[in-house]
Structure formats: C-alpha cells, structure tokens
Design a protein around this ligand. Sequence first.
Ligand SMILES: Cc1cc2nc3c(=O)[nH]c(=O)nc-3n(C[C@H](O)[C@H](O)[C@H](O)COP(=O)(O)OP(=O)(O)OC[C@H]3O[C@@H](n4cnc5c(N)ncnc54)[C@H](O)[C@@H]3O)c2cc1C
Length: 256
Amino acid sequence: MPGIKKVLVVGGGIGGQSVAIALAQAGIKTEIIEIKEAFNVYGVGIIQQANALRALDQIGIADETMRRGFPYGQVKMFTAGGHSIGLAGAPSMGKYPSHNGISRRILHEVMFEEAQKLGIPYRMGITVVSIKNNEDSVTVNFTDGSQGTYDLLIASDGVKSKIRDLVFGKIHPRYVGLSVWRYPFKRHEDLDTGYIYYGRKSKIGFVPMSSESMYMFLVSAEGPNPRLDKADYVPMLKDYLAEFPVKIAQDGSPSI
Ligand SMILES: Cc1cc2nc3c(=O)[nH]c(=O)nc-3n(C[C@H](O)[C@H](O)[C@H](O)COP(=O)(O)OP(=O)(O)OC[C@H]3O[C@@H](n4cnc5c(N)ncnc54)[C@H](O)[C@@H]3O)c2cc1C
C-alpha cells in the first residue's frame, strides 16, 4: 500500500483495534474513532480458534492473550444426557492450541495496551456524519464538528455499521431467531477444555476463560426477537437447563 500513509478506523472493537495495530506496525499513521464515550466491554468471554491466534500472533499479541486467557484443546461434544459424540475444532496448529478462552474485557485490554504502545490515538464519543470520496482520498466530517482527510477509511463499526449505510444505503441486518445466554462463574478445577451438550430445545457449552473463571453459554431459539422481562431470565434459564441431567449443568464440574 505505498500510497496509503494516513488511515481512519471507525470503531474500536476487536476488528478495528486489530487492523489499527497492524497498520501502525507497518508505519502507517492510523487513528481510531469510537462512538462510545468510554469502553464498557462486558465481562463475558470469547473463544479464539487456532487461526485467530495465528492472526493475533502476526500483530504480536497472541502470547499475551494466551497468558491472560486459558488455552485448551478440542471441544468435547455430548448429547444432553452426557453420551459422548466426539470432538470439535481443529487440532492444535504448531504453537497454537485448538482454542483459547478469554474474557472479552481482558482481550480488549490486551489490544488497547498494544495500541497505546504504538501511540495510536483514540477519539472517544464521536462518529462520522458524512464521507466525501475524492480522487485518491476521503474527507470525513465528524459529529464534534471537526473534519479530516485520509488516504483510507476502514469501517469496523459492527454488524449495524453506519458507514456501510452511508456508502451502500440503508441495510437492515435480519434477525435469524437465535439467542445466546451467557453466565460467567468461578472455573471448576477439573474444567480444562471446552464442553458442549446438544439438547432438543437448546445447546449448552462451558468455556474456561482463565485459571480462575469460566462461562456457560446456552443457544436457544427465541422466535421473532422478543424483549424479555428481566424477572423471567432465571426461570427461563432454569427451564432450559432442566433438559440437561448432567452435573456440569449444575455446578460446572465436567465429571459425569
Ligand atoms: C453472542 C456472541 C458470541 C460470540 N462468540 C464468539 C467467539 O466465541 N469467538 C469469536 O471469534 N467470535 C465470536 N463472536 C463474534 C465476535 O464478537 C465478532 O466477530 C466481533 O466482535 C466483531 O468485531 P468488530 O470489531 O467487527 O465489531 P464489534 O465488536 O461490534 O465492535 C464495533 C465497535 O464499533 C463501535 N461503533 C459502532 N458504531 C459506531 C459508529 N457509528 N462510529 C464509531 N464507532 C462505532 C462500537 O461501539 C464497537 O466498539 C460472537 C458474537 C456474539 C454476538
């Protein structure tokens, strides 16, 4: 990219920070704008597969994510009642394990710290109002009244991207009917890899996030995007879990 010397990244999530770090490491002047006033990344986890770890290694942060996360092997799959079905996920690739579980907040911190080391500026609480394409640059007006001209704008502003709307016209992502429930808690000492149990109404999974913590996810079909009453969360979750007569669904212990 010889002509690219100055880049604007819109959105400071996983994608935005990764690309900004890679560009800054290549000597390209890069800044991030983020619509939130402050990052409030919630503390549930994310699973990084070996290919994601290899990509993070290319920007120098795989080792730190694994040190602050929980590297583990292939995922053990079971029926709802605990009969083994097999293993999921690619085997480890060279130095990269099959998976690394990590808190989203910690992953964000690892990326943010790397970006700080590289001197990448973050402008918080602003977004883009308009974009004008020039011959070989793009001029951007921001919500704080400022303007900037860049060789490249990269949209990393998530699934409901405003930049995509500005460039391609309004696109509405379609909800497909699946919901994911998350529940973080203290890691059971025997939980040293991922576990998934397939029921008829939902599937549940258990993911180590660090030596101290783990989380459970439950994927359910909730129909046409209902807004649930908070008071219903616990009874609904208990109802889903009733389908899984295995110890792990009670206390996170993988023993049958
Ligand atoms: C329930 C669930 C579980 C998942 N589990 C996994 C997993 O285990 N492993 C995995 O690899 N992936 C997982 N994913 C997918 C993963 O979370 C996404 O692929 C990833 O977060 C995408 O990163 P992103 O930076 O593109 O977008 P986002 O993470 O959505 O970040 C977008 C950023 O842009 C900001 N922003 C939004 N609009 C604007 C704007 N107009 N101007 C400026 N900033 C803006 C937002 O505030 C945010 O900081 C999961 C997703 C979900 C929903």
